[in-house]
Design a protein around this ligand. Structure first.
Ligand code: MG
Length: 173
């Protein structure tokens, strides 16, 4: 649904995304665009990057765009084994086209293993490169799934805040 003529987007927009993928043996583990050493990887139609999927959906949600599953259908052979950076790039293209820049991103991973703390800096750096924003505006936290029964899955929650891009703000003054 395209906005009607005269619709003015808000100064700030918030977006939320969530995803989960199941661990499968014998495939590489990619989280936040970084390959991590682990005995199992995350299954999925694409590369299974649960964190990039959650951030992609948060960006799309903030501008009320169609979600990741609608834009990149798991039944579409084009996205088989796809690098999830492609999905993130399309979400960022739409965010910019809507006149926004990212203020900050916060995220939480929920998984038993591997421990994320020693990789978090690298993940933040990679996401900052993919989105063209400072790593200081990207938070990547992780928790273990106490009492949730999701030991064989990785879950990611992400929230983003968008602010009107400086060029757009100037034009509208
Ligand atoms: Mg996914």
């Amino acid at each position: 649904m395209r906005p009607k003529a005269g619709f003015r987007r808000p100064e700030l927009a918030i977006g939320y995304g969530w995803d989960s993928h199941e661990f499968k043996p014998g495939i590489p583990l990619k989280i936040g665009g970084v390959q991590l050493p682990h005995v199992k990887g995350l299954g999925g139609h694409s590369d299974g990057d649960v964190l990039l999927h959650a951030i992609t959906d948060a960006l799309l949600g903030a501008i009320a765009a169609p979600d990741i599953g609608t834009l990149f259908s798991p039944s579409d052979a084009r996205w088989k084994g796809a690098d999830s950076a492609v999905f993130l790039a399309e979400a960022m293209r739409r965010v910019k086209a809507a006149g926004y820049a990212i203020a900050n991103i916060d995220s939480t991973l929920i998984l038993l293993q591997p421990k994320i703390s020693s990789h978090a800096a690298r993940i933040r750096q990679r996401i900052s490169e993919l989105l063209g924003i400072s790593a200081y505006t990207i938070s990547v936290k992780a928790k273990t799934p106490e009492g949730m029964g999701t030991e064989n899955a990785a879950i990611a929650h992400a929230i983003v805040l968008l602010k009107r891009a400086a060029s757009v703000a100037r034009r509208q003054k």
